[in-house]
Write a protein that binds this ligand. Structure first.
Ligand SMILES: [Zn+2]
Length: 367
């Protein structure tokens, strides 16, 4: 156990100096943690440990709160792409919250001017800076329980709004107005910010059958037109409730998605059958359905932590004995894996270097 420092008898000057020193050390340490996190993300070390993302690793393995884990992982990714961030963190010109706010707007064209412009800004000034260059930020997508609780329920647990102070810098410059809050929040939790691979997490909407929620999101013109058409179709002569139309549309959408997931291979596959002696990569719909049911629609990977991943998003059907090694598409040889753990498995079977080359080649072909 560390012996706790007793500062009760320190002079005011000593106390101030001691505090300043520790804040400085904290910044240096923060930059170092970002470096470590960034490298762990790049090596996908969360996968073998049993987590679908570094965010999950931070929450479940390191015991961070959701909002703090969100900030750390996002800032670490940004710092890896733009190492200038590390210097700015170290000398106090940028903190984690600021990096998280800037992240959706940072790319190779904006970073050279946006980072210096954001240096040592208060939260209010940062919001103003972002709003001046991106004048009409979308309202943040959020689902709020009506009257039950004050905070919004994030659309995914990775988008947990800052609830506690842990690690989050307090907004400087007084309480923000509502419109300022709106302007700032999409930057923090914007859906336009493309989520990196393997960063999906299960929805965090609590299951209370009687609870009601307020949904907020920004629609473009096409979406509004679609919604209006759906409303008038649903209730000829009048406009149906938006909520009812959304619910029906979601049901239809899910049904279609599930059908696609399970039935994509019900197409004729005579041509594929004719070669490769039976072991086809295509998994029959019946097998998909049974595997999905058996695995409860979750990633079944158990990591070195002894933790079952259990991710529900981005699931893939994985052959236990790979098709390339003669594995068959039967229920006993297929399991559910999230993308991260499908990759972990591929690394294990075919070797990390080989798979990295394959992934790089695939990425090259895509871009
Ligand atoms: Zn997984």
């Amino acid at each position: 156990m560390n012996e706790r420092i007793d500062v009760s008898r320190w002079s005011d000057a000593e106390l101030e100096r001691g505090f300043a020193e520790r804040v400085k050390r904290d910044r240096v340490l923060t930059a170092e943690v970002l470096v470590f996190l960034g490298e762990m993300i790049a090596r996908r070390l969360f996968g073998p440990a049993g987590y679908s993302s570094m965010y999950q690793y931070c929450v479940r393995h390191c015991g961070m709160s959701a909002d703090v884990a969100f900030k750390w992982t996002r800032a670490a990714r940004m710092a890896r792409r733009f190492p200038a961030i590390l210097d700015m963190v170290e000398d106090g010109r940028l903190h984690l919250t600021a990096i998280t706010m800037l992240a959706p707007r940072l790319d190779s064209s904006t970073a050279p001017w946006l980072l210096p412009a954001a240096a040592s800004k208060s939260m209010r000034e940062l919001r103003r800076l972002l709003a001046s260059h991106w004048p009409q930020p979308d309202a943040p997508a959020a689902i709020k329980p009506i009257a039950a609780r004050r905070e919004a329920v994030p659309l995914s647990s990775e988008q947990e709004p800052a609830a506690s102070g842990g690690g989050a810098a307090p907004p400087a410059g007084g309480a923000p107005t509502q419109s300022q809050e709106l302007a700032a929040r999409p930057v923090l939790f914007s859906e336009t910010d493309v989520r990196p691979q393997g960063e999906s997490s299960p929805p965090a909407i609590p299951k209370e059958p009687t609870a009601k929620y307020l949904l907020q999101c920004t629609l473009d013109e096409e979406a509004v037109e679609l919604l209006e058409r759906a409303r008038s179709l649903a209730l000829p002569g009048a406009h149906a409730e938006v909520a009812a139309v959304l619910k029906a549309a979601l049901r239809d959408h899910l049904e279609q998605q599930e059908k696609r997931k399970f039935a994509a291979t019900e197409r004729p596959r005579a041509a594929r059958r004719s070669h490769a002696g039976g072991a086809s990569r295509g998994i029959p719909a019946q097998v998909r359905r049974e595997v999905w049911k058996r695995d409860d629609g979750r990633c079944t990977f158990v990591g070195t932590d002894g933790i079952c991943c259990g991710a529900r998003a981005g699931l893939e059907f994985d052959h236990i004995l790979p098709v390339a090694r003669g594995g068959e598409s039967i229920v006993a040889n297929v399991r559910l894996r999230c993308r991260t753990h499908n990759q972990v498995e591929a690394d294990r079977v075919f070797g990390r270097a080989f798979m990295d080359r394959k992934r790089d080649a695939a990425q090259g072909a895509r871009s």
